[in-house]
Design a protein around this ligand. Sequence first.
Ligand code: GLC
Length: 714
Amino acid sequence: MDRNQIKLLVRQMTLKEKAGQVTQLPSRYFQVEGSQLTGTESKLGITEEEKWLSGSILGKMDAKSMRRIQAETMRRSRLKIPMLFMTDIIHGYQTIFPVPLALGCSFNPKLAEKSAAVAAREGSSAGYQATFSPMVDVVRDPRWGRVMESFGEDKRLNADFGSAMVRGYQGENLKEPQTLAACVKHFAAYGAVQGGRDYNGADVSEYLLRNQYFPPFQACIAAGAKLVMAAFQALNGVPATANRWLLEDVLRTDLEFNGTVISDWGAVPELIRHGVAEDEAEAGEEALRAGIQIEMATAAILKNIEQYVKLNSEIEGLLDQAVESILLLKDELGLFENPDRGVNPARERKELLSRENKEAALEAAWESAVLLENNGILPLPLEKPVILAGPYAQSRKILGPWSVDGITEEAVSVAEGIRGRGGNLSCVIPLGMEEISEEEIKKTVRAAKQTKMAVLALGEPEAWSGEAGCRSEIILPAAQCRLVKELHENGIGTIVLLFNGRPLDLRPIQPYADAILEMWFPGTEGGNAAADLLYGTVNPSGHLAMSFPYGSGQIPVFYNMGSTGRPKELLEEEPRYKSQYLDIPNTPLYPFGYGLSYTTFEISFCGEIRRKQDGTCLVPVKVTNTGKAAGKAVVQIYMRKIRSKTARPVKELAAYRKVMLQAGESICMEITLEPALWNYWIPNLGWTKEPGLYRIMIGTDSRCSEACCDLIVE
Ligand code: GLC
């Protein structure tokens, strides 16, 4: 249908039918067994007949339920408008990929695109038509549990990975049954909640919003994302759900979004608790007026629409726009032609957890892992006997938060991975996450003395991150740190594998571990990936997408901070009056972009920067693998504007490239700096091109110590 036909259809709808279309109800209200809660419980207060007016359903469902619900919907619907089924497919459907923060560490957006395409093939075969993904909130506070869901602290990584996932989910044509509509979230600045505590308010200057928080959404919108989800929290005092400046002026006008805007779970009536609505009726009206077009998990608009229109007829125009947007989406998905669009039990049997899909998940887990420390103990010789101990030694709970439809039993544990790869595992000692007794430590040390080598699989429980999984301290449980120290003090070679959803304070184990490999929550193939990386079958190539602070007291710490008028590094001789802590360094324990390899790389410029008419610059970079093992280098280019109208960050990631190099191999390549890099949002001026002097720095992490040169932009 074209837009006119959609408008005609809307004109035939009653007020209640239209209000039904903007209502999205949890699947459990449709007697779907096993549907999971991903938000607060709420009593709907609507009739059975009103319930069946809803235009979309969210949450865990199976193909049979979706077919049943769709048939009942089409039977009841006077105008034969099909139901839309949405769910949280965040980092895989049944084949689970590494959590997005891990994927961001791969510095390889193609892996994200592939992971989304696999997830779309699997999720659509089960009958889903849209997913609440990608999440592209820039994050700077690892106390916040949802950092695992983001692509980290940098706007470019969030933009590149988020838009890659949009392309992966949506493919070339949404009418293709193996695709999913993408919903980019949470608009905006949800990652800036105060104190790293979920749902708290966020006070973010427009300067930061425009330059850091909005760009990833702009990239996802440009990639064609069909929906945008408003964030839970208040932004500069106005809840995003009722924030017309955010949802209309910025999202629609500035970012040119013309898709559908959905609230988060229960966020409409939560306007009452925010203190900006008297009751549910007012909350629904506030949301509708601000630009919310689908109300998730509650029915304020459905229950009060007659009253709204009676008091103010122009609100029906907003309702019509919302319904048009939803019907357009359903039409783009081909639901009017085939309401059971993707549901395909035969395809489902073939797709779910297929070998091809698992191989894609394994590749992603390889490239997402970050080698933080290695004194040469890794890679391990396959025949070398080791013990394996820790809470994640044989645990399958490595899928991570937001793996709603993942199957834990299908995950490969570290023990299985090592055994499966032919590793010489002398014994496996599962241990508690927080409780490790004296006896257990002694038993582990005794066993390790036989092999002189121990692999410890440590970390946080899955529930300590994810939504509402916020921690005031970002440390490993003390018992785990004690174990590392004990083994070290007994002369045992100690290799630590980490399974966690956020950057951690690793100071307690850093002095005692001979190697630290950050696996994050690596997904279904996690154990196999860990074994391949331990034995060097695969060379680690991940680089941190988020800084690891030197303890919670250093939060927020991120690579692209401003200089200040008294930068510590420029005032060495000044004993006190400079920007510093008296008790810890200013720099994080591990910086953004950092990651080790089993080989070494040298990076340098190999010529002059070439300029194009349109302002594009081509930076000639030479990379040499100076070690003995093949490996993937992540060349990072940072830039700094020398003298600007604002105190800009001391560096910003301008471009990056990941390249495989054999031992001894060198290549020269040109890395593109796009013209948009020379624009910056300046208060009272808006987006402004800033010509003049830029410092261009290259390296394999944000310390970018390899080389730099000056670039004059016209
Ligand atoms: C949750 C999350 C959101 C998710 C939605 C549906 O509360 O904030 O990211 O997509 O509800 O489950």
